[in-house]
Design a protein around this ligand. Sequence first.
Ligand SMILES: Cc1ncc(COP(=O)(O)O)c(C=O)c1O
Length: 388
Amino acid sequence: MHGFTTRQLHADGRRKPLNAHTMPIFLTSTFAFDSPETGADLFLGRRAGHVYSRMGNPTVETVEQVVADLENGEAAVAFGSGMAAIQAGLLSVLKAGDHVICGEALYSPSLHLITARLADWGITSTVVDTSDVQAVEDAIRDDTKMMFYETPANPTGTITDIRALAELARPKGIVTIVDNTFASPYFQRPLDLGADISLHSATKYLNGHGDVIGGIVVARAELADKIRLYRRDTGGILSPFDAYLLLRGIRTLSLRMQRHHDNAMTLFEFLAGLPTVSKIYYPGDPQFPGHHVAARQMTGFGGCFSFEVAGGFEAAKRLLKRLRLCTLAVSLGTVDTLIEHPASMTHVATPKEVMERQGLTSGLVRISVGCEDIEDVIADLEEALKPS
Ligand SMILES: Cc1ncc(COP(=O)(O)O)c(C=O)c1O
């Protein structure tokens, strides 16, 4: 098998329409049939081909092929957002009466979707700290059909042992979904470790340039077929234009991820020496609770981490107001550095007791370290973190 970087450049295949070098954007909602029989055959799956772009589109299928390859999965299904991908991953498997275990360190909308919306549809959930394998085992019930977690988790980097949870789940027929957004397939491939589904907010590192909202689910073929059917019925497919931008972003994924990682490590080391920073949640820190598991299941620690500013909310706000280079914005994984305040922004909907347990304090800021010359990012933070 070729190396990761070769695959990110060549997994789209050699044969493209009209001998194009890169996959063109197929901006077409429907596809013409050359006869009524062909149309009927396509609808019944007796013949391969395209029918209608909500069901499948050549540009979208190419990005699916590339991401499936990079994740070592059999197939992928692309969506118009990470949340649409998560919804499809959950609901293509779960039905009323089922129970799901989910990590408590989770992007707020994912936590809300699982604990509030799924409850409306008769699906119950237990929220646990999935970094504690025993706690997960204790939460398993006869009706448990799924485990869902992020690792590293947003925003505190909590690490869950993918192999350990897969070994708990598999014999009981429980489907495990890993939100692999923070690591990207370059640093972590959950399917190799026994997970059933790896999914992404493709908005983040896969795209890398902050110009797409997208999501993608990777699984074995039979599970991916179910997810594709769910997408056909609910309509959440990625647009061909965004698929093109994603394909373009993925061509540099490994190069960007390595730079994000190196820059994050340098920034972590700088922040660790500052009296104005009271705590850092970075899986690359040898003292971080999940560091050893992360070192075993990842080949790098990513570029996004959180730290607590001494002085609480006021100090965090002062920092965010003073920055001149880093952009105050949610989202992560872009080539430039973004910084935000989880407790009042991305994680504002997380219940207070979960926030407390997870260390999501009012002094916590999350930084997605970009690919800039890191000295410039450090200088920006150094100035902004000076005691006033
Ligand atoms: C870990 C994680 N998963 C899922 C999502 C949702 O993705 P999207 O915003 O593309 O819907 C996000 C968004 O920030 C995220 O950070």
